[in-house]
Design a binder for this molecule. Structure first.
Ligand code: SF4
Length: 358
């Protein structure tokens, strides 16, 4: 099993999707005997996962069930909410408090933890000392760094004093450095409905997928593709790579998709979608596909879109339909031009639209 593999699964049955990812990656065989397994979700604020800011509790429940099935019971859910927020509140609202009681796993507020200085950065001891660390970030936008995912989620494993210092250092350099100091052994990205633009949620964008891998740099590079960003748009990724935290290289063999999105769910309307409604002709689009299109439109030069006098087609309703115009995804292969993929990445869509809407 290659540690350079990124595995993607689509759907809504989050718990079973997680178990499938763990099985696919033979996770239990990688965990040394008698070590504590740390679960590091993103519980940055006290909001339910449906708001797009925090990790779905079903992801943690799926992992705990998988670990228990494999006789691994020393599990510790650990987090430190952002500055000014109470971690115990985030544990309650996310469902982690209930989960810890139900499965008798530990729950650690890293704000109360001891710290250790590693290469000039203070890091919480519990995160450093656990024998196997599983990172559970949310795929979402960020107002300062454009995106936040695997690498930046480790910022929840440092004391508040160090978080403040990170901001004074411009975030990118210390996040990149931390990527080398505290490397998770495995990561499952919550790409169910992360917020498009802000870390604190409020505008969730359904993407209906989980992404797993071993290399945070590679995962974040792939997530850039999903969000319509270039890796160079998120400076800390290359900085982390330069520290030796991983590789940003992705080729055609890197990403393995275990299934295809096949639902016909129309995404919930919110203000981030509504502003693009008038440019989209949607018929039974999977939310995974629609989410890619929204990310692409969000990051591209809008003037080209505004000048285009047709709508962009997307959805299973366009299968075998000859349409004079642009289509998104394999369902639209009979459009005059279309973006390949099921679903295509936001970056592929963005480049196609920027080329065709010149
Ligand atoms: S190409 Fe079609 S089936 Fe595939 S994700 Fe898009 S809408 Fe769904």
């Amino acid at each position: 099993m290659s540690k350079n593999k990124i595995t993607v699964i689509y759907g809504h049955d989050i718990e079973n999707m997680v178990i499938r990812l763990c099985e696919e990656n033979n996770l239990a065989s990688l965990i040394p005997n008698n070590v504590q397994v740390g679960l590091k979700p993103n519980f940055v604020v006290a909001k339910p996962a449906s708001q797009g800011a925090t990790t779905h509790i079903e992801i943690l429940e799926g992992i705990i069930k998988y670990l228990h099935q494999n006789k691994i019971t020393d599990i510790n859910i650990m987090e430190s909410a952002w500055i000014g927020a109470s971690t115990s509140d985030t544990f309650k609202v996310s469902g982690a408090t209930r989960l810890a009681e139900k499965y008798r796993v530990k729950l650690t507020d890293l704000k109360q933890d001891k710290k250790i200085n590693l290469e000039g950065i203070d890091v919480c001891c519990t995160a450093v000392e656990c024998g196997f660390l599983i990172n559970l970030p949310v795929l979402k936008g960020h107002c300062q760094t454009h995106m936040t995912c695997a690498l930046k989620n480790m910022k929840g494993c440092i004391p508040d004093t160090e978080k403040r210092a990170f901001h004074t250092k411009g975030l990118h350099e210390p996040i990149g450095h931390l990527g080398q100091i505290l490397k998770p052994h495995f990561t499952i990205v919550d790409g169910i409905c992360g917020d498009l633009t802000f870390e604190e949620g409020g505008n969730p964008l359904p993407m209906d997928r989980l992404i797993s891998g071993f290399d945070s740099v590679q995962i974040d590079s792939y997530v850039c593709q999903l969000m319509g960003l270039a890796v160079s748009d998120v400076a800390y990724i290359k900085i982390a790579e330069s520290y030796g935290a991983g590789t940003s290289h992705i080729d055609s063999s890197t990403v393995v998709e275990l299934n295809e999105p096949k639902d016909e769910k129309i995404p919930n309307s919110n203000r981030n979608f509504q502003k693009f409604d008038q440019y989209i002709n949607q018929d039974s689009a999977c939310s995974a596909c629609y989410g890619s299109l929204i990310f692409a439109l969000s990051h591209m030069d809008k003037s080209r879109l505004y000048a285009y006098n047709k709508k962009i087609n997307i959805g299973q309703g366009f299968i075998n339909k000859n349409i004079d115009g642009i289509g998104i995804g394999n369902c639209c292969s009979d459009c005059t031009s279309y973006v390949k993929g099921c679903p295509p990445t936001a970056t592929t869509i963005r480049y196609h639209l920027e080329e065709k809407l010149k």
